[in-house]
Design a protein around this ligand. Sequence first.
Ligand SMILES: [Zn+2]
Ligand SMILES: [Zn+2]
Length: 310
Amino acid sequence: MKDQFIIRFRGVRGSYPVPGKSTLHIGGNTACVEVCVNDHRIILDAGTGIISLGEELVAEHLASGDTPLTRKPIVVTLLYSHTHNDHTQGFPFFQPAYLPITTLYVFGPTSTDNLETTLARAMISPLFPVPLRDMSATKYIRDIEGNKVILLRDGNSEPLVYNPYREQVEIPEDAVKIACLHSYGHPIKVLKYRIEWHGRSVVYATDTEGYEGGDTRLIRFARDADVLIHDAQYRMDEYTGDANGVIQQGWGHSTPDMAVTVARKANVKQLVLFHHDPRHDDPEVESMAENVRQVFPNTVAAREGLEILL
Ligand SMILES: [Zn+2]
Ligand SMILES: [Zn+2]
C-alpha cells in the first residue's frame, strides 16, 4: 500500500441493499468506498459494503503476526457523508470495531445531534444488542464542518483538523489532505470530501441534487480532480415523476445529466456514477452509464469490486 493511491468500491447502492441475481454485476450493498493512500486506510461511508471489508481487515490483521502484540494494528479513518441509514447501517457489523487492537478516527457532519450521539442511537436497545460504547476499538468520533481540512500524517498520530482560511499549518510532504465541503443539495447536511496526495485527487459527492447550470460550490471544489464520484440515482423520468407518478425532485439525488454538468465544468478526468437506485437492475445501470459516455466518454458506473488506481 505504500506509495499507492487506490479507490475500491465496496457498496454502490443508495437507499437500501438489493441482493439477488439481477444486481450481481453492479452489486447490491449500500454506500461504502475504500481509499488506500500511502499506508492510510480511509473509508467513505459505512453502508453494508463495509461489512465484508471489515472481515478482510481482520483476516489481514490475524495473518500479520503470531501473537496479538506482534500483529499489525488496524487503523482506519472513517468519513461519513451524513448519517442516513444507507450510509451507517453497516457500521454495527464492522468487525474491526470489536477488537481492542483497532483505532477508528471517525468524522462526519452534525445533524440534529452530534455525530457520536446519532451513531450511538442507532445501536441502543431494543434496536441492536451491542451499544456503541461497548465496541472495544479505540474510537475518536468528531463532528466536522464544511470548511475544514483533515490531515493524515504518519499512521500512528491522530489526524489534524484545521481551518485553512484561518490557520497556517505545516503540511508534511507525505501527508494526505482531506478537504470537506458542506453541501445543501440533500434534506440534511451532507459533506463532500476531496482526498489529495502527491498531486492526485478523488472527490466523493454522494446524496446531492444538482442545480440549474450545475452545483457551483461543487464545481469549484472538484476542479481538475482525477476522479469524481457523483450521485446519479434517478433517470430523468423518475426525477420528474413521469415514470410512476412519484415526483422525486427535491429528495436530494441527481440524474446522470446533473453529474455530467459538474464533471465537465470542473474539468475532472473521470466520472464515476454512484448511489444507484435499488430498483435499477444491472442492464439499467449500465445503459445509464452508456448514455453518459456519449457526452462524457471517461465515465463508468460504480460497481462492487471496481478498483481505480491513481
Ligand atoms: Zn444515500
Ligand atoms: Zn441521504
